[in-house]
Ligand binder design. Structure first.
Ligand SMILES: *Cc1c(COP(=O)(O)O)cnc(C)c1O
Length: 357
């Protein structure tokens, strides 16, 4: 679509691939499954997959069947795994479209419809997250029997998910131990076994011989839950340009609620971005970057506009970087009292993504 507004999210695919290559060095001969759920964490799943696929990456994970189908329509020959729960008719659609499905509970197994084509599944084991997956060894054994008995089902993989790899090593160790115990008690010849996400992979280098794959999301997007690792490069930069300047005299007020009051002769810039773009009101008081310097966000952030305090050096041609430069995504996450994942996922589709390749 043509763009008539300066606001854009620049996605650096070249950096994304470098992150992939750098993380690959940590994981040795394990195959990385890039996690591209939620539109590749706001980066644009189709573009991310296209770029990686051209570089010989051919297995991906998403959450929803809808996300899987969107990728399948574009890429007939990649492997796509769905990590969320799919039941009944959804399983038939998955089978028809060659989507690998996660089996997390008996309801799903009971809902498997009569199918003409084969359905490939991975079994999800809950080792302590208490979200999706089978918890008890007997249930796991029973689930494997049921799946193995169905000639239409190809039980290809087994996996678990860590809940605390970012902050609690002992809980992580417990989950790992539990998963290994379970594996040692079942003899099924799984072709794919995967346990790690970014933080467990990077922090604990879970390069275990019993695993074959590793599911990585946030690290490919240049972020972690720990202090930013310098081998990861920023992939997401939100920028715009000033659409109008205003000069204020002392005492003049700015924006809804007239919450900001000029104390001096001040120059402010209006930016064409607001909370409808996912740049939420709580960002008031934070910084943006222009020409390598920080400038303050003042007044209430509106639906489509916001205000910054500038100086006489700034022109309409200057890029205003809201995040992904000096003001990092981690800084914005801290400002908003949340994690970097939420920041990149919340920039809405109204902001066009443009790709650096
Ligand atoms: C999102 C997700 C991942 C990827 O996690 P990151 O922390 O982004 O690397 C891996 N596994 C599952 C089950 C997930 O839901």
């Amino acid at each position: 679509m043509d763009r008539y507004r300066e606001t854009v999210a620049l996605i650096n695919l070249n950096h994304l691939y470098q992150n992939y290559q750098n993380v690959q060095k940590l994981v040795g001969n394990k195959t990385i499954i890039p996690v591209v759920k939620a539109n590749a964490y706001g980066h644009g799943a189709i573009e991310v997959v296209r770029y990686l696929h051209e570089r010989k990456v051919d297995q991906y994970a998403v959450s929803l069947l809808e996300e899987a189908l969107e990728l399948r329509a574009e890429f007939p020959d990649i492997k796509i795994m769905c990590m969320g729960v799919i039941e009944g008719e959804g399983l038939k659609i998955a089978s028809k479209n060659d989507i690998v499905v996660t089996i997390s509970n008996f309801d799903q197994i009971q809902s498997i419809p009569k199918m003409k084509s084969r359905l490939t599944v991975h079994l999800k084991v809950d080792t302590g997250m208490n979200r999706l997956g089978f918890k008890d060894l007997n249930d796991i054994i029973r689930a494997i029997e049921l799946l193995d008995d169905n000639p239409r089902i190809h039980l290809e993989g087994i996996f678990t998910h860590f809940s605390t790899a970012d902050n609690d090593k002992s809980y992580y160790d417990m989950q790992l131990q539990k998963f290994q115990d379970i594996l040692s008690r079942i003899s099924y010849p799984f072709e794919q076994i995967h346990i790690s996400n970014s933080s467990s992979q990077i922090k604990y280098e879970t390069n275990y011989d019993f695993t074959t794959h590793t599911r990585l999301g946030i690290s490919l997007y240049g972020l972690t839950l720990d202090e930013n690792m310098d081998f990861l490069k920023n992939t997401f930069t939100l920028k715009t340009k000033i659409s109008q300047f205003k000069n204020l005299v002392p005492g003049e007020k700015v924006g809804y609620g007239a919450t900001y009051s000029a104390t001096d002769h001040e120059r402010i810039g209006i930016l064409p971005i607001g909370y409808a773009d996912g740049f939420i009101r709580k960002n008031e008081g934070g910084d943006v970057e222009i020409n390598g310097k920080r400038y303050l966000i003042i007044g209430r952030i509106c639906m489509d506009q916001m205000f910054i305090k500038v100086d006489d050096t700034i022109t309409k041609n200057d890029d205003v970087i809201l995040m992904g430069g000096i003001v990092s995504i981690d800084e914005v996450a801290e400002r908003l009292d949340t994690i970097n994942y939420e920041i990149i996922c919340s920039i809405t589709n109204r902001v066009p993504r443009e790709y650096i390749k």
